[in-house]
Design a protein around this ligand. Sequence first.
Ligand code: VG1
Ligand code: CO
Length: 552
Amino acid sequence: MTASASAEPTHTLVRLDAPFTDQKPGTSGLRKSSRQFEQPHYLESFVEAVFRTLPGVQGGTLVLGGDGRYGNARAIDIILRMGAAHGLSKVIVTTAGILSTPAASNLIRKRQAIGGIILSASHNPGGAEGDFGVKVNGANGGPTPASFTDAVFECTKTLEQYAIVEARTPSLDAPGKHSIGAMDVEVIDGVDDFVELMQELFDFDRIRDLIRSDFPLAFDAMHAVTGPYARRLLEGLLGAPAGSVRHGTPLENFGGGHPDPNLTYAHELAELLLDGDEYRFGAACDGDGDRNMILGQRCFVNPSDSLAVLTANATVAPAYANGLAGVARSMPTSAAVDVVAKELGIDCFETPTGWKFFGNLLDAGKITLCGEESFGTGSNHVREKDGLWAVLFWLQILAERRCSVADIMTEHWKRFGRHYYSRHDYEAVASEAAHGLYDRLESMLPDLVGQAFAGRTISAADNFSYTDPVDGSVTTGQGLRILLDDGSRVVLRLSGTGTKGATIRIYLESYVPSSGDLNQDPQTALAGMITAINDLAELEQRTGMDKPTVIT
Ligand code: VG1
Ligand code: CO
């Protein structure tokens, strides 16, 4: 017997005055301002298109939750009622609606769901004046591919009506079993299964020993989704002192912060680690818990390097003790991991930006680890990048090696050489100016080969396109690449996750072999290339900005 069962609810078909024409998902889900999502029928239109496109809705199980931002509860209520109208047999939803993206991926896989809907605009700020978003994952637990999001977009453009039931949705205050008409609603704790999975992957006893030795750490949940997960894992199971998890309560507006774990937006943590000596390890995650920033005492770990370090040290974790099948990185991510893969004798794949491109490689067993320069790393344990997984993996390595984060980096570079790397973001640029800049640079590419650039010669220049080695699908227009004769490169692309104007991202990379100078400031090491791309792309002139808004 269910705890609360309603009589057969009233089914309603709601007609739209006109379809919405702007519901094209970007790099990771549909992201718009909260205000836009609050327009009548806006969320419903997108969800209707999802339910019409996702295979298996009739009689299927769906996983549902979000990062707790403003709009989370309202969206859960609507999606539950629309799910009942579309014949789902069950929705698994989490207490308080709190569910990180990697935890959702795990639940989809574990419970053999047809997919999941994650309510998050990830690292974008939240609140009534912030952003809201909807990520849709498929049955493998990963972000749905472009073929799916394209079909959803097409559907919204001509949508005339949506189906919903009138019913009271169950309280999410506590776990329990409920129903809406014929559809079961199972409310579970969104942290439990994830914690269990982490315990299977890592040796918690060893990490606990490390933390109990003199190893103060600080984790910043940025008032976003990872607070409850981090408290359970770090302060609960691993014995870190209370207070090690900072900003651990999820808030609708993330406490007014910008839940993007980088040196700019997580500056409080960055200052603790980089300017002080109180902590030996620091980490932060983003809004929906899939990104991570790793810091040591007076040491920042570049995310591209982090992927390389995890790859080089993977066998210390029980889950990867038998070695890795292969690795992958997104195109703008530095080639630091390529060098490690070469030495390990494993394949290394280069995909476009966005986690959806790793799914096929993971499903086909071609890779075990993958990552992006944007603070994202993950493995075949789920089909999403996973912030706390990366934190635990680093702790596992530190527990094994018993040295500082800075020592790990120094030894890594001494062995493999160093890829000096930086990303410069110009955020909220007027859309026309950003597209004008991009189009102009793209049109210049064919004539660039052979020209001088920052004291080197341009050896190739193109717009990256990717042929999926598993299903043969081709994705074009994934970023302008300028490759230099010494292996250095500059990449320029437009963000697919911003909601205000356009964001230009410039990725800079230059390799120094292990015999070279390994201890430069990346901005200094890359200074010539920074000036050269600024001149070539007329950045200051066209954006009106004399410096980037975020430097990583
Ligand atoms: C950004 C990052 C990309 C990441 C995406 C989603 O996309 O660059 O690497 O996969 O965000 O991350 P873009 O198009 O703005 O560069 V998240 O944490 O939303 O799931
Ligand atoms: Co995210």
